[in-house]
Design a binder for this molecule. Structure first.
Ligand SMILES: *[C@@H]1O[C@H](CO)[C@@H](O)[C@H](O)[C@H]1NC(C)=O
Ligand SMILES: *[C@@H]1O[C@H](CO)[C@@H](O)[C@H](O)[C@H]1NC(C)=O
Ligand SMILES: *[C@@H]1O[C@H](CO)[C@@H](O)[C@H](O)[C@H]1NC(C)=O
Ligand SMILES: *[C@@H]1O[C@H](CO)[C@@H](O)[C@H](O)[C@H]1NC(C)=O
Ligand SMILES: *[C@@H]1O[C@H](CO)[C@@H](O)[C@H](O)[C@H]1NC(C)=O
Ligand SMILES: *[C@@H]1O[C@H](CO)[C@@H](O)[C@H](O)[C@H]1NC(C)=O
Ligand SMILES: *[C@@H]1O[C@H](CO)[C@@H](O)[C@H](O)[C@H]1NC(C)=O
Length: 555
């Protein structure tokens, strides 16, 4: 599909393109200051990185920082004042645009407090440089019901965050001190967590469960080799088929998973799970090796009664990957990036660690593209993809940016910041630029700041004259929260759109309701003939704090 970029371009388009030839490129620019163990885009120009409170080089108030604001325009990091330890936490946006960071650990340094019950609030930040934007934390009055290290989180249909699983505190490798329940922020059920049989069944490799909001409001979950659909309103679980061939996909056996793009009129959900390992979870960590092959298996299932009956469909990546990330792209394809070809997540446990403490080895340096609409066996390709020499293994992150390229940062398979060894702490940022970054691109203007559900709205567009506009895709996206090879709340909903005859305006129909797109912030990207615009930020729904009532029309 990317080959279409090499069709003749008009002279005007060529003249406006940058000096780089169209194609995928890695570009290294800037350093993160704190290890980018978690990453989330919080505004059109800013990302937040969180690390463990330890010995990062970026300083604040005379001590090492463990949070930073990353400016996507200047490629510079500024320290964030964080109260509690954000080590191995999760997070996401609420329906009113506030970002919430949840969970964490007992700090290694005295500058931080215990973050395991942490709830950290980052209100919407309007200043492009983040001036005056900060995290709010009041551990006395604002905290979770449970201590949670390695939890997942997910924005659900009423705009709240669902917080899933985790571990109470440090154990050697597997989840042997589990938090087998869910809770919500803001709290539901009087703040009493809901026990989960699924989490109990999926021990001991069920950390950072991969959880997704389905278009009917239910939640799909995969942990270890098991999967369910959880009905939040009825508090019931429906068991789905296991991931085939003994492949396990959650920490410390991290594969990754994504909800494939949802399209009108039926928004049929399909789940794709890739990587991990077929190693038994009964083996003691001391008998695992950094040289054990990861799994190259991808498993895909359509979450309709017929799809579930058919079960998981199997395909294979071009290489095995432990800790890959999958990034939804505005044209509906999925980028597979990062990870290692052998070994495991976590650090300092296998019999033969690499460098200081890495449980993994043989980084996967070349990304692949997964094309959901291609026939089975022909979906995964790395044709035209560049190769990096920066390892992105344990504690690395990746995210689509509002510019349409992919921010890649982090990697530290070690207990603290180390230097001078193989797989040392990695501070360098790389962007993976798609071909359209060096071409004339469509632009959007007069985009409303807020859109309701099941509404038509019209925006202005400028489409480069060399594009025939034979294909128009409008994507509504949550860019997700990247932590531990999982992009929680990440979502792409395609919207029907009509281009005016003069190609100057686009009339778009928003998603039918708050279950198809959980209410909250989003970016709108326009892709014309596979050339994607910059994303424009919108608030989807009323913008009220959670829980919000159902909006739009039921499907
Ligand atoms: C790095 O980013 C800065 C700030 O945006 C920019 O001026 C510079 O050209 C970039 N360098 C490279 C190699 O892209
Ligand atoms: C999933 O794991 C369980 C526990 O190890 C095992 O009994 C079961 O056979 C596995 N399922 C598949 C399909 O391999
Ligand atoms: C590792 O495996 C060997 C057999 O290969 C066994 O004797 C030993 O007890 C195992 N050690 C652990 C920690 O599981
Ligand atoms: C487990 O995975 C490895 C590496 O992909 C593969 O060589 C092996 O055949 C798999 N074993 C089983 C039982 O599927
Ligand atoms: C790992 O690095 C830490 C900090 O530099 C050091 O204290 C420790 O001895 C190192 N461990 C190994 C196994 O190299
Ligand atoms: C690691 O060590 C090298 C060589 O001593 C030095 O140039 C580099 O700045 C160090 N990196 C960090 C992040 O401390
Ligand atoms: C959003 O809602 C959360 C949860 O009620 C609240 O803490 C936060 O202050 C709200 N922010 C805004 C901007 O309304």
């Amino acid at each position: 599909m990317w080959d279409s970029f090499f069709l003749p371009l008009s002279v005007a388009a060529l003249a406006s393109a940058a000096a780089v030839a169209p194609g995928w490129h890695f570009v290294q620019n800037g350093t993160t200051g704190v290890l980018a163990l978690e990453a989330i885009i919080v505004s059109p120009t800013l990302a937040i990185f969180f690390d463990r409170a330890s010995n990062d080089p970026l300083m604040i108030d005379g001590h090492a920082a463990w949070g930073a604001l990353w400016n996507l325009e200047t490629n510079k990091a500024t320290a964030l004042d964080v109260v509690s330890d954000t080590f191995c936490a999760s997070g996401g946006f609420l329906s009113n645009g506030t970002m919430v960071s949840v969970g964490g650990h007992i700090p290694a340094i005295t500058a931080a407090t215990d973050g395991r019950m942490g709830i950290r609030i980052f209100e919407p930040c309007d200043d492009p440089n983040g001036v005056g934007c900060t995290l709010f934390e009041d551990q006395e009055t604002l905290h979770m019901a449970e201590t949670r290290w390695y939890p997942s989180s997910l924005r659900i249909f009423d705009g709240s965050l669902m917080i899933v699983g985790g571990i109470h505190e440090r154990t050697p490798f597997y989840n042997t001190d589990p938090v087998n329940n869910f809770e919500f922020f803001p709290p539901k059920d009087g703040g009493v967590p809901r026990p989960s049989e699924f989490l109990a069944r999926s021990l001991p490799t069920n950390l950072f469960p991969r959880v997704f909001a389905l278009p009917d409001g239910k939640v799909f979950m995969v942990a270890n080799n098991q999967s369910i659909i959880y009905d939040i309103e009825k508090n019931t679980e429906t068991i789905l088929p296991d991931i085939p061939n003994g492949v396990r996909v959650t920490n410390p056996f991290d594969g990754t998973a994504t909800l494939l793009p949802l399209s009108p009129p039926n928004y049929i959900p399909e789940i794709l799970v890739c990587g991990g390992t077929n190693t038994s979870d009964l083996i003691q960590p001391a008998n695992l090796s950094s040289q054990d092959s990861a799994s190259d298996q991808c498993s895909r299932m359509t979450l309709t009664p017929e799809g579930i009956k058919k079960g998981w469909q199997i395909e294979h990546m071009l290489e095995p990957r432990m800790m890959p990330e999958m990034i939804l792209l505005p044209n509906g394809e999925v980028l597979i990036v990062n990870g290692a070809q052998t070994g495991y997540a976590a650090f300092g446990t296998v019999s033969d660690p690499i460098g200081n403490q890495s449980n993994a080895d043989h980084p996967a340096f070349t990304p692949s593209i997964y094309t959901p609409s291609a026939p089975l066996g022909k979906r995964i390709s790395n044709k035209g993809m560049p190769t990096t020499d920066i390892a992105r293994i344990y504690h690395s992150t990746a995210s689509l940016t509002p510019s349409g390229n992919i921010l890649i940062a982090g990697s530290n398979p070690n207990g603290e910041v180390v230097n001078g060894t193989e797989f040392a702490t990695e501070f360098r940022v790389e962007y993976l630029n798609p071909p359209f970054m060096s071409m004339a691109r469509p632009t959007l203007s007069n985009v409303p700041k807020q859109i309701g559900f099941n509404k038509e709205f019209t925006i202005d567009v400028n489409i480069p004259s060399n594009l025939k506009a034979s294909s128009i895709q409008v994507a509504l996206m949550d860019l997700g929260f990247s932590s531990h090879a999982f992009h929680s709340s990440s979502r792409l909903v395609f919207m029907d759109a009509q281009l005016s005859k003069n190609r100057k305006s686009l009339t778009i129909t928003s998603p039918p309701n708050n279950r198809v797109y959980p209410p909250g912030p989003a970016f709108i990207f326009l892709t014309v003939d596979d050339v994607t615009s910059t994303g424009e930020r919108v608030m989807v729904g009323s913008g009220a704090p959670p829980p919000v009532a159902d909006q739009g029309i039921r499907l």
